[in-house]
Design a protein around this ligand. Structure first.
Ligand SMILES: Nc1ncnc2c1ncn2[C@@H]1O[C@H](COP(=O)(O)OP(=O)(O)OP(=O)(O)O)[C@@H](O)[C@H]1O
Length: 242
């Protein structure tokens, strides 16, 4: 479970995150939805401990991301913006490197990698160096790397970026499998249809603040819009008017 409480972060004069609070539960898919520059990535980067908040707190299964960042990091699998793969290593070697970093038992690493290669359809390029990989290939390898230690919490920053239709479908299946296994999945997107297709709960964020947090049906009711895209626009506009 991920809990975020009154989180704030600024970069100079830009207030990127301005009092964000929400909880993302186990066995649920929570979508962080917002327009460009809304503060989604900054919020997620605080969760996976690469940024420190100015104030507020965030916990992963009760572990504070600032006070106990190493333990918090071990409890989440993350797909950051930009894959950050090692270009001179093959896809398989990249995944193996992270498995070791996360302390996966040596005798189960190869089996785990094989099953991720199948699940994410990496077989064709598993043993190629990742330098020059297409965006979609990079995302798939980065996803495998994020999941290799079987984390309870999975945080994905715009995971469908660069994926083709088939890969997007596999990603959705994978996210649903994680949910059905009782994992907490939190992902960011600015694509309403993607979030609507997957999420149990949607946190709409705009200008660094939470504009609305509800189920897709709850959001339709709150905004009076049947179409979730209209509901999204309505939620963001009414936040601007406040
Ligand atoms: N390292 C940084 N230095 C300066 N400004 C930053 C930095 N990181 C983020 N920002 C600013 O903070 C705001 C929120 O950015 P963030 O990346 O969190 O938005 P986002 O919702 O993820 O957007 P997108 O959908 O475009 O990826 C933006 O105005 C951005 O320019």
């Amino acid at each position: 479970m991920i809990e975020v409480n009154d989180l704030r972060k600024s970069f100079g004069a830009v207030q990127a995150v301005d009092g964000v609070s929400f909880a993302a539960g186990d066995g649920r898919i929570t979508g962080l939805l917002g327009p460009n520059g809304a503060g989604k990535s900054t919020t997620l980067r605080i969760l996976y401990t690469v940024l420190k908040p100015d104030s507020g707190s965030a916990t992963i299964d009760g572990i504070d991301v600032v006070d106990d960042s190493l333990k918090a990091r071990a409890a989440i699998g993350t797909l950051p913006h930009g894959s950050g793969l090692y270009p001179h290593l093959t896809a398989r070697e990249n995944i193996r490197y992270y498995a070791r970093l996360y302390g996966v038992a040596e005798d189960s690493i190869e089996e785990r990698i094989e099953s991720l290669i199948d699940e994410l359809d990496l077989r064709d390029f598993a043993d190629r160096r990742t330098r020059g990989f297409s965006q979609g290939q990079q995302t798939k390898v980065a996803l495998a790397r994020a999941l290799v230690h079987g984390p309870q919490n999975v945080v994905l920053d715009e995971p469908s970026n660069g994926l083709d239709v088939m890969a997007t479908r596999s990603l959705r299946d994978l996210v649903r499998t994680l949910k059905n296994a009782g994992r907490c999945v939190l992902f960011s997107s600015h694509v309403m249809q993607e979030v609507a297709a997957l999420c149990d709960e949607i946190v709409i964020i705009a200008g660094g603040k939470v504009a609305l947090h509800d189920s897709p049906d709850g959001i339709r009711n709150a905004t009076g819009c049947d179409d979730l895209e209209d509901a999204f626009v309505s939620a963001i506009s009414s936040k601007d008017e406040r």
